[in-house]
Write a protein that binds this ligand. Sequence first.
Ligand code: XMP
Length: 319
Amino acid sequence: DWTMAEFRAAKIAEIREQVGKGRVICGLSGGVDSAVAAVLIHEAIGEQLTCVFVDHGLMRAGEADQVVSLFRNHYNIPLAHVACETLFLEGLKGVTDPEAKRKFIGKTFIDVFEAEAKKIGGAEFLAQGTLYPDVIESVSFTGGPSVTIKSHHNVGGLPERMNMKLVEPLRELFKDEVRDLGRELGLSEAFVGRHPFPGPGLAIRIPGEVTKERCDILRKADAIYLDEIRNAGLYDAIWQAFAVLLPVKTVGVMGDGRTYDSVCGLRAVTSTDGMTADVYPFDAGFLTRVATRIVNEVKGINRVVYDYTSKPPGTIEWE
Ligand code: XMP
């Protein structure tokens, strides 16, 4: 039986052995996995690590600032904050197919990393917070035939031209173990307990075309939903909760006027590893309160629906 303290020590030795005197860049997504990977690698090799936060403009409200301050101020780990919203949004113009979105975002991440690696005089290694379920799900569906459900942008290796080796210290771990490791490394409970957030960000929570305007609408609705979940003391009982902005307009009435605006979907699930999930059974009063707030406070949304699909057959994200 491994304790997390032993796992930490063993991984640190392994990272030192793999990396030697080489330079490593690590992509931060704002999530727990990449943060834990970065802190662990920093402990192993210190200044040989540079973190890159690719701010693709597809983050939730306030998230970019939280990541930057956690790393720069709290950990004092060198961090390149690359603001590249335009690059991502331009490239996503007209893209509606979920796999095409994922592939574009994955490829563009790599392009940005490559440019950052050049700036620090080249890096031999790329670190990622890939978990065991990411590895499994991008290869085959558990227990079923070998089909790709979704191409996770952080799995599947690197383009040949990149010529970098991967450092993936969390590849054998499940999410709850990564959280334990994070605690072991001294990350705050609030950070470690954060809900998972996918690398492609809000792009896969906006079925249809992704635009700056739609990202802004979704950010507002999502913030209200999460705010109500926190106020109700439900955040830690839920594996993941988020809003989705649908490419469907419906008719409504507000005041004495007709509205014709987008539908917002709400999702909340319980899970232990993200591979299967159950719908979180909010009471009707809670959902009504959230729906009312979203429609009243977010311009562009006039109807809210709740997703009652478990995984399988649904996936947690909508794309
Ligand atoms: P699905 O939607 O496949 O998601 O049921 C399972 C878990 O994985 C997260 N997810 C991702 N995480 N890159 C990530 O880092 C991705 O491309 C990606 N796609 C899904 C999802 O949020 C859920 O926690």
